[in-house]
Design a protein around this ligand. Structure first.
Ligand code: GDP
Length: 365
């Protein structure tokens, strides 16, 4: 399953946020892919389209799609040299598909800051430097191996070395690997290095309770936004403390709390949606009387591989798929009406599934 790792300096609010995630956590029964691990929290992806589809189909149940957040605590200055539990945590980051970097933007005299004052940009740079140093190490090891192979004068080897050198130059200038422009082919060459700073990043600015609904006036958040814009990353503000309180409420109590704070949706929902986007994910739907359900695929996935997300047998026995877009189906008001208007299509093995497609797979068992 795809996952986002939560990183950040100590005392910025990671555990608070992660606890909110696990408490709001999805029923595991629906998501057999999920790992049973205390450091992994499963979240459902809020999607208004599910209810609209349910209004048309009247299913027995609605099942949102889900993905995992991994708590990667303990990343401290010096981790790349093995300080703290450094190497173990860096290895955990290697396994996630994207990074949510929590930075402290809240004021609270009772909570000590590891470097003595609130300075989110410095915090970001401290963590990034550890990731960069780890990547330099990976790239240098690989360069050494590649150079040995160069004696034969292989063109491929020279190409690889050229890419590695470009990455090395950026990293030693303390720039993340993701800032280096690489072609699809070049990316493929270095993919198995699993560079930490190649992964997409979302900054989660942890703000005070009073700013949960609107943190535009927070100067630290502004700084994080400027920093993120310069490297092409996204920012979501969130009050971890408020989220941990929301996670404990239900029904009317929750509504009242939202009203009190002026919230229209939880920060966690915003964070989940932003993370989903960061991972480059698409959603397609199945809509039957049993269930209306959302499924996650990567952008560019073809129909048989999309079917495999439901069951591997669906890929093997794939014949074709009946497809209607979410907009066409909801505008038509029913599957029957969409069919009569000629808005449903039969698609084959090469069809690239679009976000929002409502799919019905036909397959051999
Ligand atoms: P971690 O070390 O990054 O996991 O940080 P924690 O989640 O343990 O938080 C450190 C301390 O900051 C705890 O005492 C939290 O209650 C507090 N804290 C976290 N988020 C907020 C917040 O939004 N506002 C305030 N005032 N305190 C917070």
């Amino acid at each position: 399953a795809l996952s986002c790792g939560i990183v950040g300096l100590p005392n910025v609010g990671k555990s608070t946020l992660f606890n909110a995630i696990t408490q709001a956590g999805a029923e595991m029964a629906n998501y057999p892919f999920c790992t049973i691990d205390p450091n992994v929290g499963v979240v459902e992806v809020p999607d208004e389209r599910l209810q609209k589809l349910a209004d048309i189909v009247n299913p027995n149940r609605i099942v949102p799609t889900a993905f995992e957040f991994v708590d990667i605590a303990g990343l401290v200055k010096g981790a790349s040299r093995g300080e703290g539990l450094g190497n173990k945590f860096l290895a955990n980051i290697r396994e996630v598909d994207a990074i949510v970097h929590v930075v402290r933007c809240f004021q609270d005299e009772n909570i000590t800051h590891v470097s003595g004052k609130i300075d989110p940009i410095n915090d970001i740079e401290v963590i990034n430097l550890e990731l960069i140093l780890t990547d330099i190490d990976s790239v240098e090891k690989r360069m050494e191996r590649t150079r040995k192979g160069l004696k034969g004068g292989d063109k491929k080897v020279a190409e690889e070395l050229e890419v590695l050198e470009r990455l090395h130059a950026a990293l030693t200038a303390e720039k993340a690997a993701r800032t280096v422009e690489l072609s699809a082919e070049e990316k493929h060459i270095v993919r198995d290095l699993h560079l930490l700073t190649m992964k997409p990043v979302l900054y989660a600015a942890n703000v005070s309770e009073s700013e949960a609904a609107n943190a535009d006036g927070n100067p630290y958040v502004q700084k994080v936004r400027e920093f993120a814009a310069a490297e092409g990353s996204e920012v979501v503000y969130i009050s971890a403390k408020v989220e941990s309180e929301i996670a404990e409420l239900e029904g009317e109590d929750k509504e009242m709390f939202f009203e009190e704070l002026g919230l229209t949706e939880s920060g966690l929902d915003r964070l989940i949606r932003a993370s989903y986007k960061l991972l480059g994910l698409y959603t397609y739907f199945t809509a039957g009387v049993q269930e209306v359900r959302a499924w996650t695929i990567r952008k560019g996935t073809k129909a048989p591989q999309a079917a495999a997300v439901i069951h591997t047998d669906f890929e093997r026995g794939f014949i074709r798929a009946e497809v209607v877009s979410y907009a066409d189906l909801t505008n038509s008001g029913s599957m029957k009406a969409a069919k009569e208007k000629g808005l449903t299509r039969l698609e084959g093995k090469e069809y690239v599934v679009a976000d929002g497609d409502v799919m019905h797979f036909l397959f051999n068992v």
